[in-house]
Design a protein around this ligand. Structure first.
Ligand code: AGP
Length: 608
């Protein structure tokens, strides 16, 4: 997520903007910039850390009492100075900073270029100041309202115009933005961490709100231009609480961001109920028809997303598919040629084993698709096609929201490729799209019941010595991820295992001190897994079953049943992983462990 700050008052804006951006650094970013309106409207922006920006500002000290600032987490356009925000309009009379994704930027950009406009950057954001300028006739608020009426997507924006020295206009839709109220001065920021040093009185904007801010007044309007009131809140958090949005750990905050992440991951990829992957348009039908095998290669959690991909690829593409751990793949001698499609999955895009596997696959002639979160990372730069997952910065070492986004994007890509191969009917595509659109609220309904998971964990896991996660098919893929989450943050040993395999040995380990997390959400195999749960119960193991709403007979078998909303079986991992993430979180939390920075681990393993 990008960070936005703004100031209007009687003080010098620049030091306040820089201080505000520093309070947002924790969100992760790749470039930064500021715009200040004094005698002129000036922008200074740089790639890299804020200290690089500060160094450049020493040569160009911007003077003025109205300004905006931005830390960029790239979504469209690699991290560099040209793509950094703020972005000017074409005449340089208006500047904008933006957090979010303009879904229809390509159409808008084409329209503006056709009208003779020339763009400077590769970003989606740049269409915003250009559009505002198109509509600007002396009233900035109106021009912003008209521009936002044709923009589709998520945004939090702050806008200033050279000719309106006493106004700051802001707006939000699906990206957070708060206003800080001062005495003869007002502030805006993406989150309150940047406001707390100056004020505890804040107004949180809602989706569709547009605000015109002077140093004395804040006037808020809805999309139709009607004036509306928003409550003024007094926030008593300290800065650290604010960075975590009031959550105890970044990991929990990131789990609770998942409904938003599910929405962001599909942005620009669903048009009129059809799945489109613009990044893969260059894969010809002839090429796709010639693919004779598919690999999913990654490490850790990303590998577990690849296991989901393997099942979906075989089911929908009808092509032999494998999921391989990168550290094994790179030292084996995989039989790969130009008929191999290689998916390379990585949150950071910098994992050494994954990079090495990518290079080996390319050397052998495979075409490569990167499923990556960090824009402009090494994997993103080296694959033939990169599809970003738009999960925003993931601070906690344990990957949660990135996994959800990876699985969703893999599902979208497999559906798109199946459609291109004539293996997905229009009605099936419509069904998938309809269900995808409901997933954010279904994910939220699971998070609303997080306490039930916490209670089970606190009451059950104290004396557990052995933990198994079991499932079949996609639930088996989930069992691997659930077990890893528990191990890496609570240091409790756990194993993900095919439910049908327990009787071939591990069942010997099951005692009343065993905890079995049975994942039984993949409907076609519900009864099969149910019978495996009965096997475990016969050995007195304790079972928490995670299953679909309505499968009431589970309650007579498992010690505890946690229901997840019904969805298409092949989409279930996107939401069924949430209880598993919460089990790991609350187990570690009950042990008072350093959840965001678990021992021995790094967020990105850039060595082999
Ligand atoms: C997951 O919770 C771990 N932090 C780790 O397994 C991680 O998924 C793995 O190192 C791969 O990282 P990447 O996605 O950045 O390549």
């Amino acid at each position: 997520m990008c960070g936005i700050v703004g100031y209007i008052g009687n003080k010098k804006a620049l030091p306040l903007l820089i201080d505000g951006l520093k309070h947002l650094e924790y969100r992760g970013y790749d470039s930064a910039g500021v715009a200040v309106l004094g005698d002129d409207l000036n922008v200074v922006k740089t790639q890299g850390r804020i200290k690089v920006l500060e160094k450049k500002l020493k040569e160009f000290p911007l003077k003025g009492t109205l300004g905006i600032g931005h830390t960029r987490w790239a979504t469209h356009g690699i991290p560099n100075e040209v793509n950094a925000h703020p972005h000017y309009s074409e005449s340089k009379n208006i500047v904008v900073v933006h957090n979010g994704i303009v879904e229809n930027y390509l159409e808008l950009k084409k329209m503006l270029i056709k009208e003779g406009h020339n763009f400077r950057s590769e970003t989606d954001t740049e269409v915003i100041p250009y559009l505002i300028e198109e509509f600007y006739d002396g009233n900035l608020l109106e021009a912003v309202q008209r521009a936002l009426n044709i923009i589709e997507g998520s945004y939090a924006i702050a806008v200033i115009a050279k000719s309106e020295k006493d106004k700051l206009v802001v707006a939000r839709n699906d990206s957070p933005l708060v206003i800080g109220l001062g005495k003869n001065e007002n502030f805006v920021a993406s989150d309150i961490t940047a406001l707390l040093p100056y004020t505890h009185k804040i107004i949180t904007l809602e989706n569709g709100d547009i605000a015109e801010i002077t140093k004395k007044e804040v006037n808020i309007y809805d999309k139709q231009g009607n004036k509306i009131e928003r409550p003024v809140q007094s926030i008593q958090w300290n800065a650290e609480d604010a960075q975590k949005g009031g959550f105890k750990h970044f990991m929990l905050k990131e789990i609770f961001e998942e409904p938003h992440v599910i929405k962001e991951a599909m942005r620009g990829r669903i048009k009129n109920d059809s799945i489109e992957i613009p990044e893969l348009k260059n894969l010809s039908k002839d090429y796709l028809k010639n693919i004779n095998q598919v690999f999913f290669v990654a490490c850790g959690t990303a590998y577990h997303a690849g296991v989901v991909g393997k099942y979906l690829s075989e089911k929908y593409l009808k092509i032999p598919s494998k999921a391989e751990v990168a550290s094994e793949f790179r030292y084996s001698d995989p039989v790969i040629d130009d008929k191999t499609l290689l998916f390379v999955i990585s949150q950071s895009g910098e994992t050494a084993d994954t990079l090495a596997a990518l290079r080996l696959g390319k050397e052998k002639g495979a075409k490569t698709i990167g499923i990556v979160n960090v824009v402009g990372s090494s994997v993103a730069r080296e694959v033939d096609n990169v599809v970003y997952v738009h999960a925003g910065p993931e601070i906690a070492v344990a990957s949660t929201k990135a996994y959800v986004a990876q699985v969703e994007v893999i599902g979208l890509i497999i559906s798109y490729l199946a459609k291109s191969l004539g293996k997905l009917s229009e009605s099936s595509e419509r069904t998938i799209v309809k269900e995808l659109k409901m997933l954010p609220e279904k994910a939220q309904s699971i998070l609303d019941r997080a306490d039930a998971i916490a209670e089970f964990v606190y009451n059950t896991t104290k004396n557990i010595e052995e933990t198994f996660y079991i499932g079949r098919n996609l639930d088996y893929a989930l069992s691997l991820e659930g077990a890893l989450k528990l191990k890496e943050i609570s240091y409790v040993h756990a194993e993900g295992y095919p439910a049908g395999e327990l009787k071939h040995g591990p069942l010997a380990l099951v005692t009343p001190k065993s905890l079995i997390i049975a994942i039984d959400t993949y409907a076609p195999l519900y009864k099969k897994t149910l019978s495996n749960i009965k096997e475990v119960k016969a050995r007195k193991g304790k079972v928490l079953a995670i299953t679909r709403k309505g499968y009431k007979d589970m309650e007579s078998v498992a010690d505890k049943t946690f229901y997840v909303p019904e969805t298409i079986p092949d989409l279930s991992p996107i939401i069924s992983v949430i209880p598993l993430q919460l089990i790991a979180y609350y187990t570690a939390e009950s042990r008072g462990l350093d959840i965001d920075k678990p021992r021995n681990l790094a967020k990105s393993v850039t060595v082999e």
